[in-house]
Design a protein around this ligand. Structure first.
Ligand SMILES: [Zn+2]
Length: 75
């Protein structure tokens, strides 16, 4: 995913709460690359999935899984 996303200043990832230089932004919330990868490979039957859901709040996990990210688009 080499897109314009990397041009953003460091921001705090909503999942791991660390400041990261790159990632995806949904509704102005940053999800860093490593957390995004974690989410993609985490199955719905895993405990971690619930953790991600909680962190994401209103942001749909489906957006992550589809990897069809549209900047600034809130569901
Ligand atoms: Zn993160």
């Amino acid at each position: 995913m080499e897109t314009a996303l990397n041009q953003f200043d460091f921001d705090t990832c909503i999942i791991c709460e660390e400041r990261k230089p790159s990632g995806i932004r949904i509704c102005n919330q940053l999800i860093c690359d490593s957390c995004q990868r974690e989410m993609v490979k985490t199955g719905v039957d895993q405990d971690k999935y619930q953790f991600f859901i909680k962190k994401l709040g209103k942001i749909s996990i489906k957006i992550i899984q589809d990897e069809e990210v549209h900047e600034g688009k809130c569901s």
